[in-house]
Write a protein that binds this ligand. Structure first.
Ligand SMILES: Cc1ncc(COP(=O)(O)O)c(C=O)c1O
Length: 286
């Protein structure tokens, strides 16, 4: 349950930021700058980490400024981040660079955290998570095949898992990355790129276990953050049967994907199935 890791109400950004913000990269930094949508989980965790480290934080958020911020928008402010609003996604990067120049001009040292912390370095957080998960799986009775279902968007999480599986030579693993927005084609390309670049940082010269990676974009529905009947069913089912809170944007759609794959009989009864809960539940209260 990576929904309950670390700080700032957890989620998959915590493991990526552990690597992205590790010393010496952070040395001398006075301010973290990152960007996202108005309900960004990544911005929430970055702001929470900045607060804990005693750093300033500026979030460049696209979309309307809420009159009464709720969910992640509330938490962005609770963690003391300064918000710079822009109209569209396309304006986020230029504004991020402007904010960085302003901070430098006033004598500060900014560090820009890329979208979703999905960089080659951030990806290593999930290669490490895979090693942890493999240890847990190995303590269970053996199976021929293990499926891991998870949500994907900027792809650092799935890339890290793929790299971890490849490092350990785990051809028994089937990763199913259920998209929250991007096409399966783009998802796969980006996951492989990040896994390759993460591997280079580790001096990994082996092959990525590409055939163990599947991407599914058919659960996005009408778009990013728009619930589907299947995602609502999954959210309800996890709540009523396990007391587990999914989020409407990412994990509920990933769970919908998993339920659908299993109903279609994709897995054998002897297979093991893992659902990686990547967090995001503050968005339920948006
Ligand atoms: C809760 C949640 N789950 C999954 C994802 C997707 O992770 P990634 O961007 O590493 O593909 C995100 C990030 O956008 C997220 O906030």
């Amino acid at each position: 349950m990576d929904s309950e890791t670390g700080c700032a109400l957890g989620g998959n950004k915590v493991r990526k930021l552990e690597f992205e913000l590790a010393p010496p990269r952070l040395s001398g930094t006075t301010c973290l700058i990152t960007s996202g949508g108005p309900q960004s989980n990544h911005c929430r965790v970055t702001a929470g980490v900045a607060a804990r480290l005693g750093l300033e934080c500026v979030l460049v958020l696209n979309g309307p400024v809420p009159e009464e911020p709720r969910g992640n928008a509330y938490l962005h402010r609770l963690f003391g981040a300064r918000i710079r609003s822009v109209q569209s996604r396309e304006e986020r990067d230029p504004m991020t660079r402007t904010v960085a120049s302003e901070i430098e001009a006033s004598g500060g040292r900014p560090l820009i955290v890329p979208l979703g912390a999905s960089t080659a370095v951030g990806t290593l957080g999930y290669a490490d998570a895979f090693v942890e998960l493999a240890g847990q799986l190995d303590s269970l009775p053996p199976t021929d095949r293990t499926w891991i279902f998870l949500s994907a968007s900027s792809c650092g999480t799935v890339a890290g898992l793929l790299l971890g599986a490849s490092l350990l030579g785990r051809s028994d693993i089937r990763l199913v990355a259920v998209s929250a927005d991007v096409s399966s084609f783009d998802l796969r390309l980006e996951a492989l790129r990040l896994a390759r670049e993460g591997g280079q940082l580790l001096g990994f010269t082996g092959e990525l276990l590409e055939t163990g990676l599947a991407a599914a974009d058919e659960f996005v529905g009408r778009g990013y953050g728009v619930p589907t009947r299947a995602s609502e069913e999954a959210l309800h089912r996890f709540g009523t049967t396990e007391g587990v809170v999914l989020d409407p944007v990412y994990s509920a759609k990933a769970a919908a994907g998993m339920i659908s794959w299993l109903r279609r009989g994709a897995a054998r009864t002897s297979d093991r199935v893992v659902f990686l809960h990547t967090g995001g539940h503050p968005a339920l209260f948006a």
